[in-house]
Design a binder for this molecule. Structure first.
Ligand SMILES: Cc1cc2nc3c(=O)[nH]c(=O)nc-3n(C[C@H](O)[C@H](O)[C@H](O)COP(=O)(O)OP(=O)(O)OC[C@H]3O[C@@H](n4cnc5c(N)ncnc54)[C@H](O)[C@@H]3O)c2cc1C
Length: 302
């Protein structure tokens, strides 16, 4: 979708929105898949309410992008624009064992910054790409921990009310790759309360998690991490592996030979290829084990 109405362009500029035309989302997603649309980069939290109002008044649909590491985006000319927060210069501020973090901050950098200041707990998140906002939305986690455990409060823009609210941790439910945020809530910032731990000890935990990832995941290849959530009491990757589906492919979309729940773009895969691969694997698992696999990857259809 292209924004061309001069009146809209003037208003975007007045809101300080950085409007980038015809951006290929394949360049902004870790899968390297996605068509083109206009990207609106938001530099000030107070511009979000008028921006969302402007888009609604003009019937312009939008989606919200973090770091693009858990997304499968449709091919071609996309019928919505994309909003993305730009991190401020100082995106992590520490106060005792609280970390005040902008939602656009890089997750890995946040984990290491806190670690260097003797704040731990998030070692398992090292190696999870993307932003802190995306991690909150997905309740990202690994190796027995999840980010939600450490959330004290979240600053969120509630599109339904067009207002910014502060939610306390106990008002939000964080479950396995699921949160109680409304689908159109935008996380703007979070305060994490982290356990004090000596840097050396945290570093040791980080090294162990890094090693586990290196030995089991196709890290050099384009992926969105796990495609499916683990069904209760089972591992989606193990079920797919047991069916002998490693290396199954549709075009360049391929089930990784290292980790069967990672599907990789081994060249020039399209969203159509990847969706076809996902449905073949899901159908196979359903037929063989009677288990309905649910997507962990977020699909943005055209
Ligand atoms: C190699 C690799 C390894 C991975 N390992 C793990 C892992 O161990 N554990 C795990 O949980 N995940 C893992 N992932 C998946 C992914 O990195 C996480 O889900 C990550 O938290 C997504 O963040 P993002 O900023 O990239 O979100 P995006 O992919 O940009 O967006 C994902 C969803 O969150 C929404 N969103 C993003 N930012 C915001 C915001 N500020 N406010 C509201 N909604 C928002 C988007 O609209 C979208 O619906 C892995 C991915 C890769 C590529």
């Amino acid at each position: 979708m292209r924004l061309e109405d001069p009146k809209i362009l003037v208003e975007l500029a007045a809101l300080g929105v950085d409007h980038r035309r015809g951006i290929a989302l394949s360049g902004l997603t870790s899968l390297g898949i996605g068509g083109t649309t206009d990207l609106l980069r938001i530099t000030r939290h107070d511009s979000i309410a008028p921006l969302v109002g402007l888009l609604a008044a003009n019937g312009i649909p939008y989606k919200f992008l973090g770091g693009g590491s858990n997304l499968l985006v449709a091919d071609g000319d996309l019928p919505w624009v994309v909003l993305q927060l730009v991190a401020p210069d100082s995106d992590i501020v520490l106060e005792g064992n609280l970390a005040h973090v902008d939602a656009a901050a890089d997750l890995g950098r946040t984990v290491t910054f806190c670690a260097k200041h003797d704040l731990g707990g998030m070692e398992g998140l090292i190696g999870v790409p993307g932003t802190v906002g995306g991690a909150l939305r997905m309740n990202a986690g690994a190796y027995g921990m999840q980010i939600g455990t450490y959330v004290r409060e979240v600053k969120v823009f509630r599109a339904a009310a067009r207002a910014i609210e502060i939610l306390r941790g106990h008002q939000i439910s964080f479950e396995y790759r699921h949160t109680s945020f409304a689908p159109d809530d935008m996380m703007l910032a979070v305060t994490l309360e982290l356990p004090a731990k000596p840097y050396k000890e945290i570093l040791q935990g980080i090294r162990i998690c890094n090693e586990k990832r290196r030995s089991s995941q196709p890290l050099g290849q384009k992926s969105a991490g796990c495609i499916f959530k683990n069904p209760p009491g089972a591992s989606a990757g193990r079920l797919i592996d047991e069916l002998g589906l490693k290396n199954l492919h549709v075009g360049d979309a391929r089930v990784s030979d290292r980790h069967a729940n990672f599907f990789v773009n081994a060249g020039r895969a399209s969203a159509k290829d990847m969706l076809a691969l996902i449905s073949r694997v899901r159908d196979g698992v359903q037929q063989a084990f009677g288990v309905a696999l649910e997507n962990e990857v977020v699909v943005w259809n055209a």
